[in-house]
Design a protein around this ligand. Structure first.
Ligand code: PAF
Length: 284
């Protein structure tokens, strides 16, 4: 596995691969790999000739009061895990080379970034779409792989690619969960043992909603009453949002017709956790 730090070297390598007719797959990450990241890489390894994983804790997607400085990092372990999967290039740029002095260009996807996490983190998606577009330009992938855990991010990137006619496919891959249902996230590390138990409210709420909809319940009010009760089970949980949305536009819906996404964000102590669930009406 090669480690490339310089953006220009990354683009030169990508253009060489392209000229040789290779299919490039990109898995963008902020490092501190867990099984969720590894599942994206394993998928990428299967569908591409050249697999690039970017590891960049992108400062422009963190708000001024957020955890940029504390964001967990373990470069040696990440290298080992990426190597085991057969990653060809680990692209690890410095913030100064991605945003050199004088940097002033940002890209914004408008509607789908307004609600959910966009409402609580007003500059977050502008940072995500900007860095992802830069990564696409540097790595030149035909396929980019994102986790469904950050569902609004996935929909936003899909919109970016369609709206700007970018020549690549964006693939969303399923959430990987711990044995007890907690969605894997680098931020789970911040939870103390009690908070870790409390965090299961997200999975419980999601499962209850899935069961209700599969059993024929379609009314937002009744589904969300159950979700709210389960999220509020422990007094340490603060709900940032709980929303029932159309899976492709992220617009709030009152009635489930076919399928919906339940999107959840809670704060437990100092940690903000998100999760989401596909709710499907049963066909029978
Ligand atoms: O999902 C992430 O880890 C980040 O938002 C991404 C896509 C790597 C952009 O910095």
């Amino acid at each position: 596995m090669e480690i490339i730090r310089n953006p220009q070297d990354m683009q030169d390598q990508a253009l060489k691969w392209r000229a040789a007719g290779q299919r490039i797959v990109l898995v963008p990450t902020m490092g501190f790999f867990h099984q969720g990241h590894l599942s994206l890489m394993e998928y990428g390894r299967k569908v591409g000739d050249c697999l690039v994983v970017s590891l960049f804790v992108n400062p422009t997607q963190f708000g001024p009061q957020e955890d940029l400085a504390q964001y967990p990092r373990d470069f040696d372990r990440d290298c080992e895990l990426a190597q085991q999967i057969g990653v060809d290039v680990l692209f690890v740029p410095e913030a100064e080379s991605m945003y050199p002095p004088g940097y002033q260009t940002y890209v914004t996807v408008e509607e789908v970034t307004q609600g959910l996490c966009g409402a609580c983190r007003p500059t977050h998606f502008r940072g995500v779409t900007t860095v992802v577009l830069k990564l696409f330009n540097l790595v030149q992938p035909q396929i980019a792989v994102f986790g469904e855990k950050d569902y609004q991010q996935l929909i936003t990137i899909q919109r970016l690619v369609v709206d700007l006619n970018l020549p690549l496919a964006v693939v969303g891959r399923p959430i990987v969960r711990e044995a007890d249902g907690l969605a894997m996230s680098s931020r789970n590390l911040y939870l103390n043992p009690t908070e870790r138990q409390t965090a299961l409210c997200l999975y419980r709420a999601g499962q209850a909603a899935q069961k209700l909809v599969a059993g024929g319940e379609v009314a937002r009010e009744r589904i969300m009453a159950v979700v709210q009760q389960l999220l509020n089970h422990s007094p340490e949980t603060i709900i940032d949002y709980m929303a029932l949305v159309d899976p492709s536009t992220l617009a709030e819906i009152d009635t489930v017709r076919g399928a919906a996404r339940l999107a959840l964000a809670v704060r437990i102590g100092q940690t903000r956790l998100i999760d989401n669930f596909l709710l499907e009406e049963s066909r029978s």
